[in-house]
Design a protein. Structure first.
Length: 243
């Protein structure tokens, strides 16, 4: 039975309360506080992904597998870059840096693409959501190429397409969002920001027609790991549009 959005919200809230408790302990302890880990470490991204074994070690710009047929991931821009490939098809690739939204939205308006090809290790969630909403307003399609990747905040850009083309050999992955160290903000402020941010993400996914239960594997995966979605999960969460 498909879980409801209300149950997704409940699950997210429980996870955030638990995180808040860890943050409080961290504020009362040392600056070296980190969340405890259980079980074996995740394998590297270059290892095959199987059902039930989908978490992989994730270190952007260092641990991405050289799968791209066009370029090694190490050559990706450190900020989102829009470049024309052919006709009305453009590539949007690179790290989603803080402040990229205004610049990329302007570039999209000037270039007027019909389809954007995505490849990114992720980055700023607020910028990804702002760019994604603009892509949807423009009525653009999003797609990936076989052997390329879209991780962390990048799936929010992928979700924004009115049509979404994801070949079987493409890699889409999610994880917890990074919101800063507990030693910088009081615990109650950090938890409030986390909860507000997750609520905004859930609302965005609903706007884009993506099942908010996507947050279940995301919230369960630490920020230094990535949960690689299987083709059947991409279909289950409504990423696949069939065109």
């Amino acid at each position: 039975m498909k879980l409801s959005v209300s149950r997704a919200l409940t699950g997210a809230l429980v996870l955030q309360i638990a995180l808040g408790a860890f943050l409080v302990v961290g504020d009362l302890g040392t600056a070296d506080f980190s969340l405890p880990r259980f079980g074996p470490s995740a394998p590297r991204l270059s290892q095959p992904v199987q059902p039930g074994d989908q978490r992989r070690t994730f270190a952007p710009n260092r641990d991405l597998p050289p799968l791209s047929p066009l370029r090694d991931p190490g050559d990706l821009p450190d900020r989102l870059t829009l470049t024309q490939t052919e006709g009305a098809t453009w590539r949007l690739e690179g790290t989603i840096a803080e402040g990229d939204a205004e610049r990329v939205i302007k570039a999209l308006d000037e270039s007027q693409p019909e389809t954007v090809i995505l490849q990114s290790p992720g980055g700023s969630v607020p910028d990804a959501l702002a760019i994604g909403r603009h892509i949807r307003e423009m009525g653009l399609g999003t797609r990936m190429l076989e052997g390329e990747f879209c991780y962390s905040a990048c799936p929010y850009l992928l979700a924004s397409g009115v049509t979404r083309n994801i070949p079987e050999g493409a890699s889409v992955g999610v994880h917890q969002h990074y919101f800063g160290e507990s030693t910088i903000l009081p615990a109650f402020v950090a938890v409030e920001q986390i909860q507000r941010g997750q609520g905004e993400v859930m609302e965005y996914l609903d706007e884009m027609g993506i099942d908010p239960m996507l947050l279940r594997p995301a919230l369960a995966t630490p920020s230094d790991q990535i949960y690689v979605l299987l083709p059947e999960e991409l279909t289950r969460y409504n990423f696949v549009t069939g065109s």
